[in-house]
Design a protein around this ligand. Sequence first.
Ligand SMILES: Cc1cc2nc3c(=O)[nH]c(=O)nc-3n(C[C@H](O)[C@H](O)[C@H](O)COP(=O)(O)OP(=O)(O)OC[C@H]3O[C@@H](n4cnc5c(N)ncnc54)[C@H](O)[C@@H]3O)c2cc1C
Length: 341
Amino acid sequence: MAAADAGRRVRVYDAGHQGRAAWVAAGMLGSLGEGHPGEDALLQLSTASARRWPHLVARLGDPAVMAATDSLFVAMSSADAHHLGGLAEFVWARQPRAHNDLRAVDNVEIRRLEPAVTSRVHSGYLATGEGAVDNRRLLDRLQHAVRHAGAEIVERRVADLADLADLPEDEVLVAAGLGSRELVSEVALHAAKGEVLRLRRTNWSVPPPTRVVRARLHGRAVYLVPRADGIVVGATQYEPYSETSTAPEVGGVLDLLADATELMPALRTYELAEAGAGFRPCSPDGLPVIRRIDERVVVATGHGRNGILLAPYTADRVMALLDGHEEPVPDMGMTNEGVRR
Ligand SMILES: Cc1cc2nc3c(=O)[nH]c(=O)nc-3n(C[C@H](O)[C@H](O)[C@H](O)COP(=O)(O)OP(=O)(O)OC[C@H]3O[C@@H](n4cnc5c(N)ncnc54)[C@H](O)[C@@H]3O)c2cc1C
């Protein structure tokens, strides 16, 4: 969309929904909450990209793309609270401004903010401005906006390197998720499979939380992401036995159902509308791979668990590369070597 907006003639070759991680995803714009020691560069990229999201939503002209504006991180025990506290300290140390956006909350405040969350919560953190998008609505609006900006969308798989070489276009951006491996041999990617559930609210159900609610139960991460008609529950993450099947595994679905209903007992009256799974396209160091391959080809992939969050950053970086700038996007303040790729 950014290229079409900039007046370039754009044709998108897309193999469709099947195997598209962005269709399966929960759509969290998890920046501060994704801050983990050792991932300084990712935290920097994520917070910079998160700041660009309101502009992207405004460009799409549909505020309902934004499904939530805040996230609540919930600890179920004092050990959990200690773990969350460590993550918050890391974020505050790296992003002093985050003191305004990430603050500790006690169990009384958690229950006041989200009454449907279990009364067994210990404490938590509220991340203001860290929300989520409805990813399927987003994809629909993006396709519409891309066409409206003059681009053509051709539903077809680009088979391999030879097929890519035969495309008539002068410049090519390969942004095909895990499929990028077949089109750019220089890029190393691995898959991290994940299950996600879509639960639909019934007439007898309490409303979904208004914020993203994230917790760890039984050593596993679980999150509830609100939608207009229910909740998205995510997500498992593991190395798959096979990369050919995106069918959800029974164990993953069971764990998500158990953890989600423990976190929000009233979910038992929701309908299980969909159980799905997808492959996150992961790079070896966890950072996106956005770089020029040769005079004709630019690649943007390897976004792992944060590809939706990182979309605005990726668009800016790709446009800079297409315009001949090899350096990072100026106001991203990147100094980390890994981010310069
Ligand atoms: C369970 C799960 C939960 C997630 N939750 C979140 C989240 O909450 N927040 C977040 O930011 N990210 C999340 N992600 C990660 C996010 O979905 C990915 O990082 C992101 O979708 C990657 O975008 P992409 O366009 O590179 O790949 P994809 O979304 O996989 O899209 C690739 C596209 O390329 C097309 N394609 C592939 N090969 C070819 C080819 N040869 N020719 C033509 N077209 C091709 C496909 O059809 C598809 O349309 C989640 C992922 C999973 C699996």
